[in-house]
Design a protein around this ligand. Structure first.
Ligand SMILES: [Fe+2]
Length: 326
């Protein structure tokens, strides 16, 4: 059996606080209480609730600022916040919407109303939690694949970071940059199906091994497909080994037929491989890496526009600008 949902009630009037706490406990929820916004933030930190019900006007930190702080923090932004306002306080509701509140309750609070509103928000929260959990599993899988090879430590995070920076310079939309951020981590997740003796082979692969290795973009897409939130990232996973001249795989797409996110991930993938240690060689000097990238762009392997942007960033910030993840 599941634990009852945990609701944090924030209210500076002890009588209303008691009233709400008794009512919600009676309905079957677990409750925590706080007398103002600051105390509420401490409680959120200690034991993240499934939902917050907050008064608007309170000492130290009011309900608007509390809600804004909860919504700013990526760890807590998915917790639904319900604001309790006066019957006719249109202005407060507008302000509440601006700071990200999901719903409002009017004083005096009616048990039937609170039950209905909280019930639907909690159901939504449960679905979101399940989705977030599923996404976390997939991201952990991708990092587990990366961790098999000690030489590629941090590669996915660097790729993600560098790809987003190139996307910004190419004026890509927020959604496209978000897809690149995820694609940087997930692009090689399909290698989970490649045996270690092939994945970590220090010498070149034979034909059968190479064929198996080349299945990883399609396998990776299949792994991520069931998650709807990853839909914009799928083309990046699928096409990150295509070449501008059509000589890549799996579909042999050419030029602009290759999604821009995939062209970016392909270029930063090559760049990061060149500038980090490998089992068969040390990291290349920057000059040599830059020359190799130019060659890859001239020969029709990588997108010249993407390579130019990438090299501009290297020129501006140096070769090791991407932070090393902890
Ligand atoms: Fe790959």
């Amino acid at each position: 059996m599941h634990d009852p949902p945990n609701i944090l009630i924030v209210e500076d009037d002890p009588r209303i606080l008691d009233y709400l706490s008794i009512m919600l406990t009676h309905i079957g929820y677990k409750t925590q209480t706080a007398g103002d916004g600051l105390e509420a933030l401490e409680k959120v930190e200690e034991e993240p609730p499934d939902l917050v019900i907050t008064d608007v006007f309170m000492p130290r930190l009011n309900g608007f600022d509390l809600c804004a702080r909860i919504k700013e923090d990526p760890r807590t932004r998915l917790i639904p916040v319900v604001m309790v306002t006066g019957m006719n306080s249109f202005g407060n509701r507008v302000r509440g919407i601006e700071v990200g509140a999901e719903d409002f309750l009017s004083k005096p609070i009616q048990p039937v109303e609170i039950k209905a509103r909280i019930g639907s928000l909690l159901r939504l929260k449960q679905v979101t939690d399940e989705l977030v959990n599923a996404e976390e599993v997939i991201f952990s899988l991708a990092l587990a694949v990366e961790a098999k090879d000690p030489y590629t430590k941090g590669h996915c995070h660097r790729l993600s970071y560098m790809g987003v920076e190139v996307g910004r310079r190419l004026s890509l939309s927020e959604e496209e940059r978000q897809a690149i951020k995820r694609g940087g981590i997930l692009h090689d997740i399909g290698k989970i199906g490649v045996p270690d003796n092939i994945l970590l082979k220090p010498t070149s692969l034979d034909d059968a091994e190479r064929e198996l290795m080349m299945e990883h973009p399609v396998k990776g897409e299949e792994i991520c497909k069931p998650l709807r939130t990853l839909a914009p990232t799928l083309p990046i996973i699928h096409h990150h080994h295509e070449r501008i001249d059509g000589g890549g795989y799996p579909d042999g797409l050419k030029g602009d037929e290759i999604p821009i996110g995939a062209r970016i991930v392909a270029a930063v993938d090559v760049f990061d491989a060149l500038t980090t240690d490998r089992p068969y060689r040390g990291a290349l000097p920057v000059k040599e890496a830059v020359r190799t990238l130019h060659e890859a762009s001239d020969s029709g392997h990588l997108d010249p526009d993407v390579v130019n942007q990438l090299l501009e960033i290297v020129n501006d910030k140096g070769v090791k600008w991407a932070p090393i993840p902890q």
